[in-house]
Design a protein around this ligand. Structure first.
Ligand code: ZN
Length: 381
């Protein structure tokens, strides 16, 4: 082990004996009392020395016997120590790909703030390379989500959409002006390739060493060009993800409102069917209006503010990455909404509906509650 005080956390002395690691209230930790000699010793915990050398340096600096181990243990249990060499074989492989690793350094640093154990950040970042995510929609929101996920180290990002790129699909983080007139799926594939740090993994490598062949989808992101289909998602379209236990996340812009969520854990949190049932109960005219909206004239250019679209895409991608890293982000069973012009985020809880066949509301029907993977176990625990 080469202990390193997490460089991502800013360090400051609150007083002569207390060190604060981290600036924001979300992750700041204070450690004290720390005497002057121990305080000076902290500078040596930079990942370049193993414990035997650190003990030796501690002796030279006059630290009492055992102080070095005690300090490292204390800082480790406070979540402040990373290990520049830990994280397993996948993390070693990532460190060996210098070009990709350098591009992902800020992401690694962010993960080190969030995940306490030494090597946890490198392990999670490396694991993203084996993930397969499908983004449905290559408009202003979907294409940007796809490029952000690829840039964040997700190994396989597929984008599904039809037709050809229109001038109004172009965004700074998504499809570029050279894509206009080209097939959207082809343009999106090129976008993902350009956004990927280093060389994209080959399919076999991304499948891991289990020999399982093509990996299943870790996540589907529904980000239709017309955000109405994210705001009022179609339960029929979601059936296959419910059947296969595939987590899916909705994101889009409709009129002047952006929505991120809910993240649906099949059988564990509200699905499109739950949302539709609840909405119809609250508003008896909803289904009648929905049918009119869905049968409306296609081909018009939907309203989609570029700032809103980029915000929604960025937030949706961040929620997706948090989920892929093993967390249950705040979109789980909740939709975050933001509207122009004041842009105050608000959350709309999406409780499971007792009559929905997905089983999240308590009435497990058929196979919908099966195929529940690891993230759902985390939720149950
Ligand atoms: Zn449901």
């Amino acid at each position: 082990m080469h202990p390193m005080v997490k460089p991502a956390l800013r360090r400051a002395w609150r007083d002569r004996q207390t060190v604060q690691f981290g600036m924001t209230s979300a992750h700041a930790v204070t450690v004290g009392p720390v005497d002057t000699a121990t305080g000076s010793f902290l500078a040596l915990l930079d990942g370049t020395r193993g414990l035997p050398l650190l003990r030796e340096e501690g002796r030279v600096m006059g630290l009492p016997e055992g102080r070095v181990d005690e300090l490292v243990a204390r800082l480790t249990s406070a979540g402040l120590i990373d290990d520049a060499t830990a994280g397993g074989a996948q993390a070693d492989a990532l460190r060996g790909r210098a070009e990709a690793f350098d591009r992902l350094r800020p992401d690694l640093a962010a993960l080190s703030v969030v995940h306490c154990e030494p090597g946890g950040a490198a392990r999670r970042l490396a694991a993203r390379r084996a993930m397969r995510v499908q983004v449905r929609g290559a408009g202003r929101v979907g294409a940007t989500i796809a490029s952000v996920l690829a840039a964040g180290g997700v190994g396989q990002v597929e984008v599904l959409d039809g037709g050809c790129t229109e001038p109004w699909d172009i965004t700074p983080g998504g499809l570029g002006p050279e894509s206009v007139g080209a097939r959207r799926d082809v343009a999106a594939r090129q976008l993902v390739r350009r956004a990927t740090p280093g060389r994209p993994p080959r399919a076999a490598e991304a499948a891991g060493t289990s020999g399982a062949g093509e990996p299943g989808l870790s996540l589907v992101i529904v980000a239709p060009r017309d955000g109405a289909a994210a705001y009022a998602p179609d339960p029929v379209a979601a059936e296959r993800w419910l059947r296969s236990g595939t987590p899916h996340l909705y994101a889009g812009v409709v009129e002047a409102t952006g929505v991120v969520g809910p993240l649906v854990l099949p059988g564990g949190s509200a699905c499109a069917g739950c949302m539709a049932l609840a909405r119809a109960e609250r508003d008896p005219a909803w289904l009648r209006m929905l049918a009119q909206w869905r049968s409306g004239r296609a081909g018009r250019v939907p309203a989609c503010d570029i700032g809103l679209a980029t915000t929604v895409a960025g937030l949706a991608a961040a929620h997706a990455l948090a989920f892929l890293d093993g967390e249950l982000p705040a979109t789980t069973g909740v939709r975050w909404e933001v509207s122009l012009p004041l842009l105050d985020w608000r959350q709309e809880p999406m409780p499971p509906h007792r009559d929905c066949s997905c089983g999240a509301g308590g009435q497990a029907h058929g196979e919908c509650a099966s195929g529940v993977g690891e993230p759902q176990d985390t939720m149950a625990g």
